[in-house]
Design a protein around this ligand. Structure first.
Ligand SMILES: *Cc1c(COP(=O)(O)O)cnc(C)c1O
Length: 388
């Protein structure tokens, strides 16, 4: 009998989400058409501790408008880590600018702040700090660099709701922050995102851009002051978001408990790194991820095969973006190119049972035991073993 499938992520939708969505679908029109949207933005601002929020159709859209409002365009460069989901880079390209990919740190898998200064040119217009898998970028160093070179630090916090850096929530520290409420994220509205900032002028610009370029002070109907965007969240999506926000602490703490379980299970195995949580950091634990030391000989391909044999949905660590055909390969980003070959994302959805968690942990533990037993000494040897 095949074991029940364990998905890597799945939203937790309760009665309240259904009730609010139903209410929005029935009554959220006419004079009420922005009620849930206004409430969602207000409550998200309060959760994060920021002045302004604009709900969007996606995080990609929020990034696109924010970068556009920073006047990033043709010929400009934006620095970000090579290990990333494509969504952080595509708005840069659509604006006519060039993403400059730098290597990641070995511990947090986020951009290595020590490599930034060397990548800055007269064309550099911004640095995007992506808090990968809930792990936090070195914000103190990044903000200091931003000040020194007069460059905005943008936070892509799509994966970092619940992550806290020295008392400040991810997404609240940079020039602006962007979040995603895609179905795979900790808080979901189906599809959706939000733009957040503490900067008055930037907020005004993005507000205008988000309304097809119509300024909020414009009194003429159907009159656009500039060419803008249409990346809006609907009131029905916001209704689901309001219900999710009421449970945000619970949603985050369940993610953190799952990460803590995996950390404990693998703590005795030398050579496994998991999402870190150093002093003064709270990790929102969006995606528990393990990276094996090179000398263990354990590869992504082996892990994928073992997980699939157990009917468990494991996901690969992000490919280096610079390896994709539309960009120029930056093979000197050695961590970004090497880590994905010996790493895997582990399932972490709210309603996983203890047995589910145990099944996942056992695949990893058995894999390590098995590799030790057959004496695999390096990844090349392991790949030969898989091919047989
Ligand atoms: C999910 C994600 C995005 C994209 O979010 P959408 O809402 O799908 O646009 C952007 N950046 C990161 C880091 C993500 O994980």
């Amino acid at each position: 009998m095949t074991k029940q499938r364990i998905y890597y992520t799945k939203p937790s939708i309760g009665e309240q989400e259904v009730a609010y969505a139903t209410d929005a679908a029935k009554n959220g029109w006419g004079a009420q058409c922005y009620d849930y949207l206004d409430r969602f933005e207000a409550e998200f601002k309060a959760h994060l501790g920021v002045k302004y929020a604009i709900a969007t159709s996606s995080c990609t859209g929020a990034l696109h408008m924010g970068l556009s409002a920073l006047d990033i365009g043709a010929g400009d460069e934006v620095i970000l880590a090579d290990s990333n989901w494509i969504a952080s880079a595509s708005p840069i390209v659509h604006l006519g600018a060039k993403p400059v990919f730098i290597d990641i740190r070995e511990d947090t898998w986020c951009l290595n702040e020590q490599l930034i200064a060397a990548a800055i040119t007269p064309r550099t217009k911004a640095i995007i700090a992506v808090h990968l898998y809930g792990n936090l970028c070195e914000m103190q160093a990044l903000l200091a660099l931003g000040k020194r070179y007069n460059l905005p630090i943008v936070e892509d916090a799509a994966e970092a709701i619940g992550s806290i850096y020295h008392g400040k929530r991810a997404g609240s520290m940079g020039k602006f922050g962007a979040f995603s409420f895609h179905g795979t994220k900790t808080l979901t509205t189906g599809e959706g995102g939000i733009f957040v900032t503490n900067d008055d002028a930037l907020y005004e610009r993005v507000l205008t851009l988000s309304s097809h370029g119509r300024s909020p002070t414009q009194t003429k109907q159907f009159w656009a002051d500039t060419v803008g965007f249409k990346f809006k969240m609907s009131n029905i999506q916001a209704a689901i978001g309001c219900a999710q926000l009421e449970r945000i602490d619970e949603l985050i703490s369940r993610k953190r408990d799952i990460l803590a379980y995996y950390r404990q299970q693998f703590s005795a195995i030398d050579g496994i790194k998991i999402n870190p949580e150093p002093d003064n950091i709270v990790n929102g634990a969006w995606m528990p991820t393990i990276v094996f030391a090179k000398n263990m000989g354990i590869t992504r391909e082996l892990l994928l095969r073992l997980f699939s044999e157990e009917n468990i949905d494991a996901r690969v660590f992000f490919w280096p973006l610079s390896a994709m055909p539309m960009f120029e390969a930056v093979k000197t980003n050695t961590n970004a190119w090497s880590i994905p070959q010996r790493a895997i994302n582990l399932p972490s959805y709210h309603d996983m049972t203890n047995e589910d968690l145990e099944r996942v942990a056992n695949v990893v533990k058995d894999c390590v035991k098995g590799c030790v037993k057959i004496g695999v000494k390096n990844m090349a040897e392991n790949n030969r073993f898989i091919e047989q």
